[in-house]
Write a new protein. Structure first.
Length: 311
């Protein structure tokens, strides 16, 4: 049902302030408008009501009997709205949590695990924001971020989740058709699925071969894909060999959707990190609960956890 009649709502704020101060000048200062604007809003309200709310004499104003009654009702109503508004805003601040991460980490790692967090914290509303480059974090609003990086961005507090372990993966069907492989140097005879326009932190095939002490050379065929999630899907669809990151592809390995065609594994000092803007925001309950859940989710054997501040 429509609530009516209602006066011009902007005029109520001006009237309440002027009635409380008994001064149009002080009301104007409080609301950061001109005295003329307060006067116009009050006159608009009086015109709507058909009765004067103030008695104007020289440079002072006094409330009429109608003005006193109306001021009490308006003040009470605005106070009730302010209390509820503060409750709603506080609830959102405490119970909404924005997590920024790449689409790959969201789809391959976070989303399969997030149901357990929601079961434990059903009062926290999660918002997942997908951005592909860590340098774009400054462009989005977030409470925490999950990113792969060698060096955390300036001003971020970084908690190590796990260190980088990279190895080739493919589908069982691809291995059956083209394998077995004697070692990493035999992989050049295959189609290498490559992450196109990858952030410089992410491992490329050339870097991987170099760091496992195999001289890089042109593969038989290369398929470039600009999404790591799509690249993993292509590997599962018998399209070629991909570089797999432990934790990101572990579920597929356990289910048998992917296999490791060679045992060669590269461990580096790069890390997947939980990034937070400041200690102040880290003290929010939602952030604390998410951090505690996240660290409890990581198998203890993946490595030591550490907090690093980069100012």
């Amino acid at each position: 049902m429509k609530i009516s009649p209602l006066p011009p709502l902007n005029s109520l704020v001006a009237f309440e302030s002027a009635a409380r101060h008994l001064s149009f000048t002080l009301a104007a200062d409080e609301l950061h408008v001109t005295q003329g604007a307060i006067s116009r809003q009050v006159r608009s309200l009086e015109s709507y009501l058909g009765k004067p709310l103030f008695e104007r004499a020289n440079r002072s104003v006094q409330l009429t009997a109608t003005g006193q009654r109306y001021a009490h009702a308006v003040r009470q109503s605005l106070s009730d709205i302010a209390v509820v508004t503060d409750d709603v805003r506080s609830w959102q601040g405490m119970h909404q949590l924005s997590v920024a991460t790449t689409s790959a980490m969201a789809s391959l790692w976070l989303l399969p695990k997030i149901a357990s967090f929601q079961r434990q914290h059903d009062d926290i509303e999660l918002r997942i924001v997908a951005i592909e480059q860590i340098r774009d974090l400054a462009k989005v609003e977030f409470d925490v971020a999950l990113f792969y990086c060698n060096t955390p961005p300036a001003g971020m507090y970084a908690t190590t989740l796990f260190y980088e372990e990279v190895f080739p993966v493919c589908s069982p069907g691809y291995l059956e058709k083209y394998g077995p492989f004697s070692g990493p140097d035999a992989l050049f005879d295959c189609t290498l699925l490559s992450l196109e326009d990858a952030d410089q932190d992410w491992m490329s095939w050339n870097r991987w071969f170099t760091q496992v002490e195999v001289e890089p050379r042109a593969p038989r065929r290369r398929l470039n894909i600009n999404s790591y999630s799509m690249l993993v899907q292509a590997a599962m669809m018998d399209q070629g060999l991909a570089l797999g990151w432990s934790q990101l592809v572990d579920d597929y390995l356990e289910k048998g959707d992917l296999v490791r065609p060679v045992e060669t594994l590269l461990r580096t000092e790069a890390r997947f990190c939980l990034l937070e803007r400041s200690i102040a925001s880290s003290n929010r309950r939602g952030v604390r609960d998410f951090r505690a859940w996240l660290l409890n989710t990581i198998p203890k054997e993946v490595g030591d956890l550490g907090l690093v501040s980069h100012q």
